[in-house]
Design a protein around this ligand. Structure first.
Ligand SMILES: [Zn+2]
Length: 338
């Protein structure tokens, strides 16, 4: 398969949202959020996580109990219920696919494009934070080579400046790796993502493809994330599927950081669900490069059970985050380029 673009859906390209398997959002907050909220909802893993907030033990990370699995399954249903209730709920991608093309000047597409442009700078920073966090969490930040690879990846993220609406891309978003400064966004997709959280999640997915870029710098991280998700779900998650899942994971992480930084009165479960609810499809098909949309939700929640806990919580407003969540990661000099 070609590497020049990354799009979800089209066989010819490589990533982004796509047809049966959505765009891309997935996260991992392991160190920070497992240490905080995950614990509250997954008692079985609590002691372990609490002992070692922010720690990087493979043992604790691989621990995924039967109770966690039940929590994840329950949260999948809650996510899709919340989507229906939410006035800003995302359109499921199978519904997007069934729609006729939208012209660039369609008001909903225009609103989506403006939203994407407004959120792109913020999302770049959130993605850089998330990639650094994941690299540390998966022990891929220890050597000089590791750090150089991650730094190059985050610099590529920082160079993305443009959103390009495209009628023919329909319900896809994509990036071209040889020209990695633009995210192409189908107008149906722009119109179907009605919240900042959903938009950030998809933008972050695309930015993560760009981060890995032509050198495939993040491949070790993608593989590690895919392996962990496969162990926890029993799903086959290798190759491109691992990359797509990892991009979705960064999307969820970015959306959660955004929620933390922008508290409000909307219910927390509603805001968190927006990061992946476009996967709430009736037509749940997979393909070689993507898990099915509902299995995508399953794998994301299995990777970070704290997200499942948040979707099932009664919370309003902000996540009770550890004070150092953002600063801890951002204080790194690796964020300073140019
Ligand atoms: Zn993708």
């Amino acid at each position: 398969m070609k590497r020049k673009t990354r799009r979800h859906g089209n066989a010819e390209t490589r990533r982004s949202p796509r047809v049966s398997a959505p765009p891309c959002l997935r996260v991992l907050f392991v160190a920070l959020f497992v240490a905080s909220s995950a614990i509250q909802f997954a008692p079985s893993s609590r002691a372990q996580t609490r002992q070692r907030p922010g720690a990087h033990s493979t043992v604790s990370r691989e621990n995924f109990t039967a109770a966690d699995r039940r929590l994840v399954e329950k949260a999948i249903g809650a996510t899709c219920t919340e989507r229906v209730r939410d006035p800003l709920g995302s359109m499921p991608i199978d519904e997007m696919q069934a729609r006729p093309s939208l012209p660039v000047n369609n008001p909903d597409a225009v609103a989506g494009a403006r939203r994407a442009e407004r959120l792109l700078p913020t999302t770049r920073t959130l993605v850089i934070n998330a990639i650094l966090q994941l690299a540390k969490e998966y022990d891929l930040y220890g050597s000089g080579n590791d750090r150089a690879r991650i730094t190059a990846a985050t610099q590529r993220v920082d160079a993305v400046k443009r959103i390009k609406p495209d009628v023919d891309a329909r319900d896809n978003a994509s990036v071209i790796l040889r020209e990695p400064r633009t995210i192409e966004f189908g107008t149906i997709f722009l119109a179907g993502l009605r919240s900042d959280e959903a938009m950030i999640s998809v933008l972050a997915h695309e930015l993560t493809h760009i981060a890995s870029g032509q050198p495939d710098s993040l491949r070790p991280l993608f593989r590690a994330i895919g392996r962990r998700a496969a162990v926890r779900t029993g799903l086959r998650i290798q190759g491109q599927r691992a990359e797509e899942l990892a991009c979705d994971l960064v999307g969820v992480m970015a959306a959660r950081q955004f929620i933390n930084q922008n508290p409000g009165w909307e219910p927390l479960p509603r805001r968190v669900a927006r990061a992946f609810e476009h996967n709430c499809v009736d037509d749940d098909e997979s393909d070689e490069d993507h898990l099915s949309p509902r299995n995508t939700i399953r794998a994301l929640l299995a990777l970070d059970v704290s997200v499942a806990g948040e979707v099932l919580s009664e919370a309003v407003g902000v996540i009770a985050r550890p004070a150092d969540t953002r600063v801890d990661i951002v204080s790194s000099s690796f964020l300073r380029f140019n």
